[in-house]
Design a protein around this ligand. Structure first.
Ligand code: FAD
Length: 446
């Protein structure tokens, strides 16, 4: 479909826009190419125009104009979504949220922030007061808080605090609705979950209120082991040690670390490794728990400044990226293992897919239990085989958030609050203009 872009520009007044096709096309992409299936499916996706609001008033004016002219609207921030979450499938407006980048207020343990603020900048602001976000994605240096809440799930810190979806991990969200006369809604506590991982289909987030944790001096540690099981066992004892303050506990099987470029010297050939971020005062307790298991090959303060690569950029979805840098023949999956059969089901999957699905686990807390999320590397052959692998995981009770599909519904059969989010969408986006194609079961009500 073609949209009245000239009419839109006129209605936007002095709100900054970009119409240069090369730039619009480039910014219409995210990390969708991570998936060989989406790389093919979404390669021609492009918006018609980029609109860059300077404040919430600009967001409201843009939402009103889009509603009146029936032009689709897709929010985009850091553009690090890795399954096309931020890609405007139906064209229209790409709403660049990155100019809304200010802390509104902070008090001990809580920050109120504009949605487009970069996570590293936010960390600097809260650290000055002795706090930091409870969790962040491995894309902290490029992603935004709004993009994390709308498109992500958890990450570094989830071993202590669980995922974004756990009660208390998003305190409030302020959103703009897409109607001819947009409303501004404050969603608190459970209501704020309606925007979590909804891919921007349930309102444009302008502000978030997030809980904080004490900011520790973090130390990056790598421990090398002869076998993956030793790395797993050691990781589990660290994850279970509630008194040891930690942010990352990541067992990774050989030969994945062979692709870790700058870290290679700390990854002896053929060894599986455990990546950890430990608060400095607890290093001795950490080593006591290891009790001689494995060999510490790296131990250094976590640095995230320009030119430095923090250890967490080898964890979560970055593990896959490290490999993809030199070899695009692989892909990955996103899994959640059942906590009560953790070891058994990890072993089962390793046996079933030996050499084809290479283990990369992330210890997390999930609803009060320690379990593992996983982003294994998959040696990719065909879409059919990939779907078979997914189906076999599901048959064994391992939850799969399929990163090779664009819609929320296809991504996970186990996703929370679908009905809730659907009903809410009818209220805040009755014409279905927000990120069309991502919540595909939604039928416009106006
Ligand atoms: P974008 O990619 O720009 O947007 C993400 C989604 O949010 C889109 O659907 C977009 O429409 C929507 N959105 C953005 N801003 C708004 C807004 N203001 N209002 C409404 N909707 C909005 N995710 C994790 O959870 N944990 C990880 O550890 C992690 N690691 C990653 C590693 C790599 C290498 C890559 C490529 C991705 C990773 N991701 C991870 C996924 C992604 O990085 C995170 O979801 C990230 O936080 C997205 O932030 P962003 O600012 O880049 O958002």
């Amino acid at each position: 479909p073609t949209y009245d872009i000239a009419g839109l520009i006129a209605a936007l007044g002095d709100i900054p826009v970009i119409t240069e096709p090369v730039i619009v096309r480039r910014r219409s992409r995210d990390f969708f190419w991570y998936s060989p299936i989406l790389a093919e499916e979404l390669k021609s996706v492009a918006a018609d125009i980029i609109v860059k609001p300077r404040d919430e008033a600009d967001v409201i004016q843009t939402a009103a104009a889009c509603a009146r002219l029936r032009i689709p609207l897709t929010a985009r921030a850091g553009g690090t979504g890795n399954y096309g979450q931020a890609m405007p499938l139906a064209g229209g407006v790409l709403l660049d949220m990155t100019a809304l980048d200010q802390v509104i207020w902070q008090k001990p343990g809580v920050v109120r922030v504009q949605a487009g603020m970069n996570l590293l900048s936010l960390d600097k602001a809260t650290r000055a007061a002795g706090f930091e976000l409870r969790m962040h994605p491995s894309t902290k240096r490029t992603a935004t808080i709004g993009g994390f809440v709308a498109g992500g799930s958890g990450g570094i810190g989830s071993v202590a605090y669980g995922g974004l979806r756990e009660p208390g991990n998003i305190l409030a969200a302020r959103i703009v609705t897409v109607e001819e006369e947009p409303r501004v809604l404050e969603l608190r506590d459970d209501a704020a979950q309606k925007v979590n991982r909804a891919y921007g289909t349930t309102g444009i987030i302008t502000e978030l209120e997030m809980p904080l944790a004490p900011a520790w001096p973090w130390v990056d540690v790598i421990v090398a082991f002869d076998t993956f099981w030793e790395a797993f066992e050691a990781g589990r004892s660290i994850a279970m040690a509630d008194g040891v303050v930690k942010k990352l506990v990541t067992p990774i099987a050989a030969p994945i670390p062979a692709y870790f470029g700058a870290l290679k010297s700390a990854c002896p050939e053929g060894k599986s490794i455990l990546l950890c971020m430990i608060a400095e005062p607890f290093l001795d307790s950490f080593k006591a728990i290891l009790s001689g298991r494995g060999m510490v090959t790296h131990e250094a303060p976590s640095e995230e400044g320009p030119g430095q690569v923090p250890l967490y950029e080898y964890s979560w979805n970055h593990t896959t990226l490290q490999w993809l840098k030199t070899d695009r023949s692989i892909t990955y999956l996103q899994l959640l293992y059942p906590f009560d059969r953790l070891e058994e089901s990890v072993r089962k999957m390793m046996d079933l897919f030996e050499g084809e699905v290479l283990p990369h686990l992330e210890f997390i807390r999930f609803a009060g239990n320690i379990t593992c999320s996983a982003l294994p590397i998959v040696r990719y052959t065909t879409p059919e085989r990939l779907n078979q692998i997914i189906a076999q995981h599901e048959e064994h009770g391992v939850l799969v958030a399929n990163p090779h599909v664009v819609s929320l519904e296809d991504g996970s059969r186990h996703k929370r609050a679908d009905a809730d989010q659907l009903g809410f969408k009818a209220n805040v986006d009755p014409m279905g203009l927000l990120n069309p194609g991502k919540m595909k079961s939604f039928v416009p009500v106006r």
